[in-house]
Ligand binder design. Structure first.
Ligand SMILES: CC(C)(COP(=O)(O)OP(=O)(O)OC[C@H]1O[C@@H](n2cnc3c(N)ncnc32)[C@H](O)[C@@H]1OP(=O)(O)O)[C@@H](O)C(=O)NCCC(=O)NCCS
Length: 322
């Protein structure tokens, strides 16, 4: 198999087909970017401002790898059409992308789509043999909202108030996420600084991953001294399906039922709003969250694997496999 070609040499039609295939997959995962993402990605890949490598769709479904960069951090994606040798195409696409990273990049997270989960897992684990790299398993979970009437929700935990998400500043929400996810595998993948969490929250509030549902999102607020103790953020994937984007409890307030309260509150709101299904993504290593979701009736419906690499001190590039 030939190495993949730089997308600067691709036809607009080939890239359109490949980015549309990715968008379709991300839609199934309720992670599709909104707006003209496909069209702008095609233009950026052809111009070289979104570095990308590809096999044309006529080549057994083809494939594409690309990354976006913010400072020393890079978010990448590898997609291969699910036909024969998709795993091999995905491996070559990943190697092309990792091999071309500028030397000052010290952090990369890569998602995969299109090909078989077994091959995806094998590829992510093979790439993770590099020093500083890990493969992170993620599950999608789903729960019927309208099955047996609205979930019972008691009053907010004592001394706490429920406030709308937009009553807090986006920076306060970013700080809550940074405190809540600090030190976890999710934290490694999401970036880990208050600024990065603030940007993520802002993008959720701006409905960039589905229409943000203010009515099904809330915060737990401690009035004195003022502090956010937790929150749940929810968006719409379709008129029937909602996605829980963020559920977090301040580490100092864990184990007192706040997480369960917030989840039930969100589910009850979704029930009242007429949604039939709630979905979410959770990492395999996140035992507390998995147990909470399973005990509230969520079941696993899909899996994916993320590849992540953080430069170990003294290491030059992630393409060195050992
Ligand atoms: C997941 C999270 C929201 C739970 O919040 P919490 O307020 O501590 O949870 P609760 O006290 O309501 O506990 C509810 C259930 O969660 C599970 N759980 C909570 N902490 C747990 C732990 N340390 N180990 C195992 N299970 C745990 C249990 O099933 C528990 O039920 P039980 O008390 O009847 O055994 C909290 O740990 C958190 O904010 N984690 C970081 C952010 C995160 O990972 N969010 C989920 C992203 S998908």
């Amino acid at each position: 198999m030939d190495p993949p070609r730089p997308a600067t040499t691709a036809s607009a039609d080939d890239l359109l087909e490949l980015f549309q295939a990715i968008r379709k997959e991300l839609e199934l995962r309720e992670e599709a970017p909104s707006g003209a993402w496909v069209e702008s990605s095609v233009a950026e890949a052809r111009a070289g401002t979104k570095p990308a490598w590809y096999y044309p769709p006529s080549d057994d479904g083809g494939g594409i790898s690309f990354y976006s960069r913010r400072g020393p951090k890079v978010w990448g994606h590898v997609h291969a059409g699910a036909r024969p040798r998709a795993g091999e195409r995905a491996r070559r696409l990943s190697e092309a992308m990792l091999g071309a990273l500028p030397p000052d990049v010290h952090w990369i997270s890569v998602g995969f789509s299109g090909f078989d989960l077994r091959e995806e897992r094998a590829l992510a684990h093979a790439l993770a043999a590099r020093p500083g790299a890990i493969a992170i398993e993620r599950f999608q979970m789903e729960r019927t909202v309208r099955r047996e009437g609205p979930p019972t929700v008691v009053d907010p935990p004592s001394g706490l108030q429920l406030i709308p998400v937009r009553a807090a500043t986006v920076e306060a929400l970013g700080e809550l996420d940074a405190r809540g996810f600090g030190g976890s595998v999710d934290d490694v993948v999401m970036g880990g600084t208050v600024g990065e969490y603030t940007e993520i929250v802002q993008s959720l509030l701006d409905s960039r991953i589905g229409r943000f549902l203010d009515e099904a999102s809330t915060l737990l607020y401690e009035p004195s001294p003022p502090r956010l103790a937790g929150g749940i953020l929810v968006s719409e994937a379709s008129p029937r399906e909602a996605v829980i984007l963020d559920l977090v409890v301040d580490p100092e307030r864990r184990g007192h039922g706040y997480g369960r309260f917030l989840l039930r509150w969100g589910l009850r709101a979704l029930h009242a709003l007429g949604y039939t299904t709630a979905t979410l993504w959770v990492t395999e290593a996140n035992r507390p969250a998995l147990r909470l979701y399973e005990s509230e009736g969520f079941a696993r419906t899909a899996s994916t694997v993320l590849f992540h690499w953080t430069r170990p001190s003294g290491e030059p590039q992630p393409q060195t496999s050992r």
